[in-house]
Write a protein that binds this ligand. Structure first.
Ligand SMILES: [Zn+2]
Length: 297
């Protein structure tokens, strides 16, 4: 079943305008409507599948976020990007002097990032809705990983850092989840959020074929202003907003495939490079943005 939202999931305003119609290119081939909140500017998928109905939209051999298979060009590009990304993520985490060195990775998948943090001495916990991914994380890295339902049971003020790497756009109960994350952080805590950025250069180039719309799995299509408003309202101050440099090529490769039926690595490299260069001049042109927030004093 699908649910039609009457209130903006970020700011509770009730006036939206149509933004774009986007097809689910990877699983269902159904078309979904995106709308823009006239108050905070959040673009979101509306109507959207209910939490109980979203599972089937993740069931595809092409949907690779939770697998470690490395066949095919797309998978190879994804796996390589993921390995390099873990190094980048660790740099970001270590740069913030979070206190205590206790980390919660919300949407930890099969646990590679947590395993890297654990190796650097962090005490780690993860939340992950996919049962298969959860058991792999436990088995492969002996990690403490629970279903996200468990978030509300975690003790208050425990974590020095909470990370969400391309996860917040998947979370149904947006404001409540952000509130719970704030509750779980210590007074010196940091919240690190990476999401696709809908004002990016590649989103302009590919329009409805932009791979990072990824409907209906992506419920929100964030940009800078609504993100800052949503998180600051929950008791945070913004420390910095940074580009994620590893994403543009992968997104261009996949978007080209959706648009033309096959990927062209040369065109993808060109668009990826253009996005990176434009993103250096204007942060809001980047494919994905990394937001770092501190708990407000
Ligand atoms: Zn809004």
């Amino acid at each position: 079943m699908s649910e039609l939202l009457n209130l903006c999931p970020a700011c509770n305003a009730s006036t939206f305008i149509p933004y774009l119609e986007v097809k689910d290119h990877s699983v269902s081939h159904e078309t979904f409507q995106l709308v823009e909140c006239t108050s905070c500017g959040l673009v979101f998928t509306n109507p959207r599948p209910e939490p109980e109905a979203i599972g089937k939209y993740y069931k595809s051999e092409e949907y690779i976020s939770h697998t470690n298979s490395s066949s095919g060009l797309m998978n190879k590009a994804y796996q390589l990007a993921r390995k390099r990304a873990i190094v980048g993520k660790m740099k970001v985490l270590e740069s913030m002097n979070a206190d205590p060195r206790m980390l919660l990775d919300y949407g930890c998948g099969t646990g590679e990032f947590l395993a890297a943090a654990k190796a650097k001495g962090w005490v780690c916990a993860g939340l992950e809705p996919d049962e298969g991914a959860r058991s792999q994380a436990r088995k492969n890295y002996s990690l403490n990983v629970e279903d996200p339902e468990h978030l509300k049971n975690l003790p208050s003020g425990q974590f020095g850092a909470i990370t969400l790497w391309h996860v917040l756009e998947h979370v149904h109960d947006l404001q409540e989840t952000v509130k719970q994350l704030r509750r779980c952080l210590s007074t010196k805590g940091v919240l690190i959020i990476a999401v696709p950025n809908r004002t990016s250069h590649d989103a302009e180039v590919y329009g409805p074929y932009w791979a990072a719309y990824d409907v209906p799995r992506h419920l929100y299509h964030f940009s800078k202003k609504p993100m800052l408003q949503l998180i600051e309202k929950a008791g945070f101050t913004c420390h910095s907003v940074q580009p994620l440099f590893f994403d543009p090529y992968y997104i261009a490769l996949l978007s080209g495939k959706y648009k033309n039926g096959s990927s062209n690595p040369v065109t993808a490299a060109f668009t990826g490079l253009q996005t990176t260069l434009k993103g250096k001049k204007d942060i809001e042109k980047n494919s994905s943005l990394l937001y770092i927030f501190k708990v407000a004093k």
